[in-house]
Design a protein around this ligand. Structure first.
Ligand SMILES: C[C@@](CO)(OP(=O)(O)O)[C@H](O)COP(=O)(O)OP(=O)(O)OC[C@H]1O[C@@H](n2ccc(N)nc2=O)[C@H](O)[C@@H]1O
Ligand SMILES: Nc1ncnc2c1ncn2[C@@H]1O[C@H](COP(=O)(O)OP(=O)(O)O)[C@@H](O)[C@H]1O
Length: 283
């Protein structure tokens, strides 16, 4: 038997995150800049003729029926032959609930790869609409290019931030996105600015204050890293990152990092590694 092909589901950073307002349905209007990282979960897909969707191994603490991978595959099922099923193998390398989008990226990789394997014939816009049902972050992973996002995160404009090195810290905490967005003290009125005026130093993460107030591990990681570089939180937490222009500068700070913050050095990428892999395979 040939070895299965593993497809990456890369992580992302929110290089900044501004909250501009709240819509009547409770969702928040925001501005953010998404860039991919060269770290990823990995998924393999073996088509079957038993109509079942099987995921192995299950994620600790997540029922398979709630797993975004299974939910994504189920959303695609109506577009293929009833007799088609799939066995999916997941290598979970990314921390969960860290604001680097692992679950959303797993869902996007599932939609993009199964669309091809099951010959569903959907285009990326249609896949993005399906993905949106699973979470606000899924469309950026289907889009596959760094982008400035507005609206509730679904209006994407191409962006080309420098592909810098980042030191990424994963404090020992799990932050719920819904809890942060529902917090009464969350700042919700940062003025919008035109994407072409973006500058890292003039932006912020509006969720950071609430998260550091409630999760001391996140506050400690931020306090430590900010001594070395302009550190900030990604998404609604809890990972903290700081940009570096050279790999050696990022590694030098990583070498000093206390073990409790689980540091790793990675690089920003303006094209998702999923699309690089698909191109390499001619898919
Ligand atoms: C804000 C971001 C930035 O990347 O946070 P992270 O999850 O990455 O940390 C994302 O857009 C999150 O996307 P995702 O994690 O897919 O969120 P969803 O499942 O769609 O929504 C979870 C909950 O967050 C709130 N929510 C989410 C997005 C948004 N623009 N406004 C909101 O108020 C809603 O209460 C929703 O019920
Ligand atoms: N395949 C998956 N990978 C990670 N988390 C998943 C997955 N499927 C469902 N989830 C649920 O989604 C939550 C947030 O997922 P994740 O994408 O890791 O975090 P974040 O949205 O903060 O980047 C997890 O805590 C978990 O309960």
């Amino acid at each position: 038997m040939t070895n299965p092909i593993f497809f990456p589901a890369p992580a992302k950073l929110n290089l900044f995150l501004h909250i501009n307002g709240r819509r009547p349905d409770g969702y928040h209007e925001l501005q953010t800049l998404f860039q991919f990282l060269d770290i990823a979960d990995e998924l393999s897909f073996t088509p079957t003729h038993q109509s079942e969707i099987i995921l192995e191994p299950p994620l600790p603490g997540v029922n398979n029926s709630d797993n975004l991978i299974i939910r994504a595959a189920n959303l695609l099922k109506p577009y293929t032959d009833k007799a088609r099923g799939v066995k999916i193998t997941l290598k979970k390398n990314l921390p969960m609930g860290g604001g680097i989008g692992g679950g959303s990226s797993d869902a996007a990789t599932t939609l993009v790869v199964l669309n091809r394997l099951w010959q569903c014939g959907l285009n990326n816009q249609q896949l993005g609409q399906l993905g949106r049902k699973l979470g606000a972050d899924v469309p950026i992973f289907i889009h596959g290019y760094a982008a400035f996002a507005q609206g509730i995160g679904e209006q994407l404009t191409p962006a080309f931030p420098a592909e810098q090195y980042y030191l990424l810290l994963t404090p020992n905490a799990m932050v719920s996105t819904a809890k942060i967005f529902n917090h009464p003290d969350l700042p919700r009125s940062t003025p919008k600015f035109p994407p072409e005026q973006y500058c890292y130093e003039k932006t912020a993460n509006d969720c950071q204050g609430i998260v550091t107030d409630h999760y001391p591990e996140v506050a400690q990681a931020l306090k430590w890293l900010v001594e070395y570089a302009p550190a900030r939180m990604t998404g609604t937490g809890c990972c903290i990152f700081a940009p570096f222009t050279t790999l050696s500068a990022a590694k030098a700070v990583a070498d000093r990092c206390p073990a409790q913050f689980h540091s790793r050095v990675c690089q920003g990428m303006n094209q998702s590694s999923l699309y690089k892999k698909l191109e390499g395979l001619g898919l």
